[in-house]
Design a binder for this molecule. Structure first.
Ligand code: SR1
Ligand code: MG
Length: 407
């Protein structure tokens, strides 16, 4: 019999079944279990266990000692604790928007959680050109509840500092510091640049010292501004969707950082879906329709986020200075500025850096892929450089549309 209580090892599918039977109180004793490893992310192993007899299923997510994308990244499996603890907290702050967690095992570094197999990963669904009209409403609520309610505006400052300590996440933060803020902005050997885009990246990104200076400022903001408890990797591969429901998964990059980091990641990844639709939908009406849906979604997320944020501030702020005239507008303005900057950083890093996105890499025609990538880079640069000028959802969409006209 395999022992799961003394030393950590990465499980096989068969061992995951044995683990569930002996360590979890989830399936019935006569359950007929099968298991498949379904992880397609860059870091972890995800086992889906199904009991065919009682029609029950469960996910066991296990952190490996190195990243799946490259064993250059040696990572403490403690990220699994962070993921369990933040999901537990987000279940309280933004109930219904994250999977239920059942158990965390600090020896095997794995978490048992709700199986969401009736949902689709949003990146996949958007690449199939599906629409989710409730998404802007759902994600704006999730963002306001998780970001404002974990900030010093709402939480007691000592209590908040305890959370800052609990969610110190140096290794995964280092990945973001390198892959998001640093490597894409010089000709780093680890970058993976599509040939058709290289010349543009060189001229517009790597040879622009003004842009580099802004990315340095943003990197230091990211490392030092402990504003809110972030998800930390809120791209469309970390979101499960179905028509009437949205679930946010994979918060292992969580830590206390600038609130705009999460909002900007969502917006940038909708822009990847936008360029995918622009260059892969051949039928005019269907293309216009999908692009319109994505424009409206981007605009609505920013505008709904602002409305809900101000309302939640009025209802939930406990900090004495929060009621000073003009302070909440000033504070929200800084989040919008950071949102624009991170939209730009994410747009650039997914095109030039190590971790690309399928929305773009799956565009088969080389000329079209290069055009899609150059739109992302041109817009990315403007979002970073002009970040102080973004005040409404329409401002975000306008920048995208202006860049679209250039290619
Ligand atoms: C080494 S991990 C590469 C990327 O995958 C994760 O999902 C994060 O986005 C990270 O930057
Ligand atoms: Mg992930």
């Amino acid at each position: 019999m395999t022992v799961f209580t003394s030393a950590y090892f990465t499980m096989t599918e068969q061992e995951a079944i044995e683990y569930a039977k002996t360590r979890l109180n989830y399936f019935a004793p006569d359950a007929e279990l099968d298991c498949r490893e379904i992880g397609d992310g860059n870091l972890n192993y995800v086992f889906r266990l199904t009991d065919h007899k009682h029609k029950k299923s469960l996910i066991i997510k296990q952190a490996g000692p190195v990243a799946r994308i490259s064993d250059e990244f040696k990572l403490s499996p403690d990220r699994n604790r962070i993921e369990y603890e933040i999901l537990d907290l987000q279940n309280k702050l933004a109930s219904g928007f994250v999977p239920q967690v059942f158990n965390y095992d600090p020896v095997m570094n794995c978490t048992a959680m709700e199986d969401l197999s009736d949902y689709t990963i949003m990146r996949t669904a958007l690449m199939q050109h599906e629409k989710f009209p409730l998404f802007a409403d759902h994600i704006s609520t999730f963002l306001v509840n998780t970001l404002l309610l974990t900030s010093d505006v709402v939480m007691g400052h000592k209590e908040k500092k305890e959370l800052v300590k609990k969610f110190i996440n140096p290794e995964l933060c280092e990945i973001s510091e390198d892959l998001v803020f640093t490597e894409p902005f010089y000709d780093c050997v680890r970058n993976e640049v599509f040939e058709g885009t290289r010349e543009f990246a060189k001229k517009e990104i790597w040879e622009d010292p003004k842009l580099q200076l802004e990315t340095a400022k943003l990197k230091f903001e990211f490392m030092t501004n402990s504003q809110s408890l972030l998800h930390g990797d809120l791209h469309t591969g970390s979101i499960f969707v179905k028509e009437d429901s949205t679930k946010i998964i994979d918060p292992e990059f969580a830590f206390y950082g600038p609130a705009g980091y999460d909002v900007g990641n969502v917006i940038a990844n909708l822009i990847f879906a936008y360029v995918n639709a622009k260059y892969t939908i051949t039928e005019d009406e269907a293309r216009t329709d999908q692009l319109g849906y994505l424009e409206n979604t981007i605009e609505d997320i920013i505008d709904l986020f602002q409305t809900k944020f101000l309302q939640a501030w009025d209802e939930k702020a406990t900090e004495q200075t929060a009621s000073y005239e003009g302070f909440k507008e000033y504070y929200l303005d800084t989040i919008l500025r950071d949102t624009a900057a991170v939209t730009g950083l994410e747009l650039c890093r997914r095109i030039i850096g190590l971790a690309s996105v399928k929305d773009v890499t799956s565009i088969e025609d080389k000329t079209r892929r290069a055009a899609a990538e150059m739109i992302c880079l041109a817009a990315g640069k403007l979002f970073i450089m002009d970040r102080k000028s973004f005040k409404t959802g329409a401002d975000f969409v306008r920048t995208l549309k202006d860049c679209e006209k250039r290619f």
